[in-house]
Structure formats: structure tokens, C-alpha cells
Design a protein around this ligand. Structure first.
Ligand SMILES: *C/C=C(C)/C=C/C=C(C)/C=C/C1=C(C)CCCC1(C)C
Length: 260
């Protein structure tokens, strides 16, 4: 670990703190709003809640590991000797990335989804597993090789979501179609960020600035790809619940009627 200036250390520290708070708040939101949706769309909301719960826990651990990895000495943060544990991220991805692809399939077609969700979730897990040996490798050749292998399932997932879901989109309401299209774009923009960060050491980026950029960058991507994406899933589920004739308002009126 290179030594960091106080603002550099604090920026990462605050980014972890912000990410933890966002995941925690998103968890409460997804749990509370699921009952506003038609029953067939609640599964997708539960998956969103699980994703941010798992990520929130890992952010808490990453945050602790970051604090322990540095000590303040002479106005700079220097390595304490305890390693910063980056493996938490890969364990987190292994659990959350398959859930993220599954929740999209579930919200688009809750009745007929089994095979596609399973294939995409398997590809997502494979992508993370193949990336890990490269992430911890010290030489760029090994990093490039595993990175390449990991990119194969990555391309498969992105290709399938863009072609396969294009078909499914034809059956949606016009507003639903816009929401699904935006969700796919959010997915592409955020997921595309991870392999770029992975490439930085191969491109020769290193030192304190690289450590700060990688950690803050992953925080932004994670908040958008997990909490922001979950909000989009909620918007789609809400739109489709309405299109299916589900009225949440009527249940409120009924409750008020009982009080009357
Ligand atoms: C919430 C976490 C998410 C959405 C993580 C996504 C991670 C990826 C899309 C990672 C992809 C990678 C490659 C395509 C090649 C290099 C290795 C990875 C694992 C960084």
C-alpha cells in the first residue's frame, strides 16, 4: 500500500461510508415498497433487497479493513502492516452479480423465465470467478489472460440482454419499454466500468492516486449498479403492476374505510 495524504485517505473513507449508508437505506426502501406491487413482481424486489443487504455488509467490512490498513504518521497515512482486504469485493460480486441479472429477467417476464435466468446467472458467476486469479496476480501477463477469459461470459451476458430482451420489450407498455431500455443502458454503463478499472495496472497506472481512483470508482459503480438499478427495477415492476390491473390505492381506501 502506498502512503496517502490526509485528503486522499479521507476521500476513500467517506466513499465507503456513503456506499454503506446508501445500501442500508436502499434495503429498507425495497423491503417497504414490495407490498405496493402485484404479487408476481415482488420476487424481483426481494432480490434487489438481498443485493443491497449483501453489498452493505461487505462495505462495512471493507470500511473496517481500510481503517486498519493505515496509521497516521507525520501528517500522512502510511501502511500499518495489516493488508487491505480486497477479496471482499469478489465475494460480494459472486453473490450479487447473478442476483442482479436474475432480477431483471424476473421483472420483465415473471411467469416464463427459468432457463434464461439460470444461464445468465451461471455466466455471471463464471465471469467473477475467472476474474479473481487475474486480480490478485502480480504480473500483467497472468492478469491479461484471466481478464480475457472473464470477458467471454461478460460479452455473452451483455449480448443476451441486448438481443433477447429486445424481443421481450415488444410486449411492454410504451412507458415500460422506455424504463427497460434505460435499465439496460444503466447496466451497460456501470458494468463496463469494472473491466476498465481492472485494466489500470496493465496500462501502468499505479501509486496513491490509482488506489484512490480505483476505490472511489468502484463505490460509484456499485451504488449505481445495485441501489440505482434496484430503483429502476422498482419503476418497471410498478408500471407492469399497473398495466396488469393491480391497484395499490384501493387497498389504502379499504383500510381507511375500516377506520371510518
Ligand atoms: C455490484 C457489482 C457488479 C455489478 C460487478 C460487476 C463486475 C463486472 C462486470 C466485472 C467484470 C470483469 C471483466 C469483464 C474482466 C476483468 C475481470 C472483471 C471481473 C473485473
Amino acid at each position: 500500500m502506498p502512503s496517502l495524504s490526509i485528503p486522499q485517505y479521507d476521500l476513500v473513507y467517506n466513499a465507503f461510508s456513503f456506499s454503506f449508508a446508501t445500501m442500508f437505506a436502499a434495503f429498507i426502501f425495497f423491503v417497504l415498497v414490495r407490498t405496493q406491487l402485484a404479487p408476481q413482481y415482488r420476487g424481483a424486489m426481494i432480490m434487489s433487497a438481498l443485493v443491497v443487504a449483501v453489498a452493505g455488509y461487505h462495505y462495512f467490512r471493507i470500511f473496517e479493513s481500510w481503517s486498519a490498513a493505515f496509521t497516521l504518521s507525520g501528517g500522512r497515512y502510511i501502511a500499518s502492516g495489516k493488508p487491505f482486504n480486497d477479496a471482499y469485493r469478489y465475494i460480494d460480486w459472486l453473490l450479487t452479480v447473478p442476483l442482479l441479472v436474475t432480477e431483471l429477467i424476473y421483472v420483465i417476464n415473471p411467469r416464463n423465465r427459468g432457463r434464461l435466468a439460470f444461464t445468465l446467472a451461471t455466466a455471471a458467476a463464471l465471469m467473477v470467478i475467472l476474474g479473481y486469479p487475474g486480480e490478485i496476480a502480480t504480473d500483467n501477463g497472468t492478469r491479461a489472460l484471466w481478464g480475457f477469459l472473464s470477458t467471454i461470459p461478460f460479452v455473452y451476458i451483455v449480448y443476451t440482454l441486448f438481443t433477447g430482451l429486445g424481443e421481450a420489450m415488444k410486449e411492454q407498455t410504451p412507458h415500460g419499454r422506455v424504463l427497460i431500455r434505460n435499465t439496460r443502458l444503466l447496466l451497460l454503463a456501470t458494468w463496463g466500468f469494472y473491466p476498465i478499472v481492472y485494466l489500470l495496472p496493465i496500462l501502468g497506472v499505479s501509486g496513491a492516486a490509482a488506489v484512490v481512483a480505483v476505490q472511489v470508482g468502484y463505490c460509484i459503480a456499485d451504488v449505481a449498479a445495485k441501489a440505482g438499478y434496484g430503483l429502476m427495477i422498482y419503476a418497471i415492476a410498478n408500471e407492469k403492476s399497473k398495466a396488469a390491473g393491480w391497484k395499490y390505492d384501493s387497498s389504502i381506501k379499504t383500510a381507511a374505510g375500516i377506520i371510518d
